[in-house]
Structures are given as C-alpha cells and as structure tokens.
Design a protein around this ligand. Structure first.
Ligand code: KG4
Ligand code: ZN
Length: 339
C-alpha cells in the first residue's frame, strides 16, 4: 500500500496530490492568477508564487487524503520539462521532505505523466487502456504522438517541428485580442460559430510530425487584412473566427493520429494534455474512434491540464518498479521519452 505525495510545479500551477496504492486520494491545484495581466507566464513570478503556495497546497492535499506527512512512503516531483525556476521549487521541496523524513524520492517526466493520466481510475465505471496504446499528447509546450508499451516504456513517434497545439491556440487567441491562456476561450467562443466560415491552411508535413507555425502566420495576416478593411471585423465575427481556427487545429491533430494508427496497427487510442480538454477535439476524437473501430480513452477534465495526480500515478508505477532517485544526484533535464 504505497502512499505517495506528488508535486507538480513546472509552469503556473502549484499542484499536490496523494496516491495510495495507485488510487488518487486527493488532487489539489492552485492556478496562479498573477500572469493574466502579462499575457503569458512570467517565469520569475511563477517561481515566487510556487514558493508561496507550496506549503498550504501540500497541507490541503494531505488533509483531503486523510493521511499525515509521516505516513507518506515516497515523494514525487516533476523533474522536467518546464520552467527552470518553477521546477526547482517543487524539486527542492520534495527533496527536503524525503531527506528530513528519510523517505524515497521519485523524479517524474511531465510528458510521461500527461500520458499516464489515462491510467487514473477514479471510479469503477472508468475504463482505462491496456498496453500497447497510442496517445496524442497536446499541451502548451508539446505535441506528441506516443506509442506506450508499458507505463515506463513510451516512444515518441511524432512531434511538432515548431509550435505546440496549445501554443497555436494561445497565439491565435492573442492575435484576435483574447487574454492568456486563450485555448479555453477559443473553445468557449466557438460554441455557436460556423467551423467552415474561414479556411485556414493545412501544413504539408510528411510522416507523423506536426507544424503549426504556418497556421499562426496565416491567421496573423488574415486578421490584419480584415481589420484594415473593417476595424470591427473581429468583434462581429468572433464565434466564426474561433470555430474556424479550432476546426483547423483539430483536423491537423486527428489526421496525424489516424495515420499513426495505420502505421502502428495499435487501435487503443488516448488523448492527454491541456488541449485534450478542448470540446471539439474530444467530440471529433470519439467520432473518429467509432468510424475507425478504435477503443478511445480520454482523461477526466481535471487530469487534462497540469495537475499533480498525473505525477502521482507515474510515481506509483516507478515505485512499483523500484525506480528511485538519489537525493544527492543532479537530475538531468532531458526527457525520458525515447524518440
Ligand atoms: O498541459 P497543460 O495544462 O500545460 C502544459 O504542460 O503546457 O496545457 C496548457 C495548454 C494551454 O496552451 C491552453 O491554452 C490549452 O492547454 N488548453 C486548451 C483548452 N484548455 C486548455 N486549448 C484548447 N481548448 C481548451 N479547452
Ligand atoms: Zn503539462
């Protein structure tokens, strides 16, 4: 019955979760609001906000799980990728706890954790994939198609050559004047929009890789030209603009995912990462799964965007495999996902 407390601090969420024997007992997320007025995450401010939040968030996670700090067997933390200063807060805190309480320490790769969020089962009705499965991980910093052979053997078989899908959403939102992070706002404003009103280009990239920078440039020029003709263009057409942008990003993602299934013959397919909270992506993914006869899996919303439950479940599998980190060793910043 391993009891694990895990910390996520890679960007602008200070999150702590407790996992007992593979079951998530608490999952507390403090989202930093300080960045809103700057239109993006300010690394120095993120580190300071993590320092302020980490103790109260940890206390709350322990209380909700009804365990004491002394009962914890191992402390997990996000090692990379992420903002260096932000990561250091979580790493330093986890190391201090493990050292002072003489417990195990487990460093977790953030992208592996996004994928393994699909293995969290909060209730008996929740079905989870068996191995092997494919995962389209779409976050603010990464876009990957991952072939998962076991919790600890993940292979990146496709990735973005420039911007990530979340970045494409956020940059498009910025161009049309929406605040950061714009992904959820594009989703929201798309609700009653016409997805085919404006046609944005699709990149021509071979294989399983993605590219979103061309789309961003096309949106930039399109909005610039339309605003030159009519300054009120964005305000009057916001739902149609958002729906058309969202549709293009989703079709780019799902086309490659379909190709990945054809190439690998793996038909259990998952989504992960912040963009997997997108309503059109979820809907079209399920639809494609039905048409193509895949078994599809989606993490609950709370496990799509950054959270510590995904770090805890990954730490759980590492704990079971006996993979621990030495307290005195410098952790490498490179990803554990092979490519
Ligand atoms: O996984 P995540 O929380 O953090 C990273 O590891 O990057 O992903 C954050 C990204 C942001 O770009 C945000 O705009 C996007 O996920 N996002 C969405 C939605 N919710 C979050 N993008 C589109 N639609 C959403 N509903
Ligand atoms: Zn993330």
């Amino acid at each position: 019955m391993a009891k694990i407390l895990a910390i996520e601090s890679s960007c602008d969420e200070t999150a702590v979760a407790v996992c007992i024997n593979g079951a998530i007992r608490s999952n507390v997320i403090h989202s930093q609001s300080i960045h809103e007025k700057y239109g993006g995450v300010v690394p120095e401010l993120a580190s300071r906000a993590h320092l302020q939040a980490i103790v109260p968030v940890t206390k709350e996670a322990l209380e909700k799980a009804n365990v004491s700090l002394h009962q914890i067997d191992a402390f997990g933390f996000t090692r990379s990728p992420g903002l260096m200063g932000a990561l250091l807060v979580g790493a330093g805190f986890a190391k201090s706890l493990a050292l002072s309480l003489n417990k195990k320490l487990i460093a977790v790769d953030h992208m592996q954790a996004h994928v393994l969020a699909n293995l969290i089962r909060d209730n008996e009705n929740k079905s989870i994939p068996t191995f092997p499965f494919l995962c389209l991980t779409v976050s603010g910093g990464h876009t990957q198609i991952v072939l998962c052979e076991s919790p600890l053997h993940l292979k990146v078989i496709g990735k973005t050559r420039d911007d990530a899908a979340g970045e494409a959403f956020d940059k498009a939102a910025k161009i049309i004047g929406l605040p950061y992070p714009g992904g959820p706002l594009i989703d929201y404003h798309s609700t009653n929009g016409d997805t085919d009103k404006y046609q944005f280009p699709e990149p021509k990239i071979d294989g399983l890789d993605f590219s979103f920078s061309g789309l961003k440039t096309a949106i930039l020029y399109f909005i610039h030209d339309e605003k030159a003709k009519d300054p009120g263009f964005v305000n009057r057409n916001l739902p149609d603009i958002c729906a058309s942008i969202q549709k293009r990003i989703v079709t780019i993602l799902l086309k490659k995912l379909k190709k990945a299934v054809q190439v690998t013959n793996v038909t259990q397919v998952c989504l992960a990462g912040g963009v997997s909270a997108n309503s059109l992506l979820r809907e079209e993914f399920r639809k494609m799964g039905k048409e193509e006869n895949w078994r599809t899996y989606l993490p609950d919303f709370q496990y799509c965007t950054d959270n510590a439950a995904m770090i805890a479940i990954t730490a759980h599998y590492k704990f079971e495999a006996g993979i621990f980190d030495a307290l005195h060793v410098h952790s490498s910043a490179s990803s554990v996902l092979s490519s």
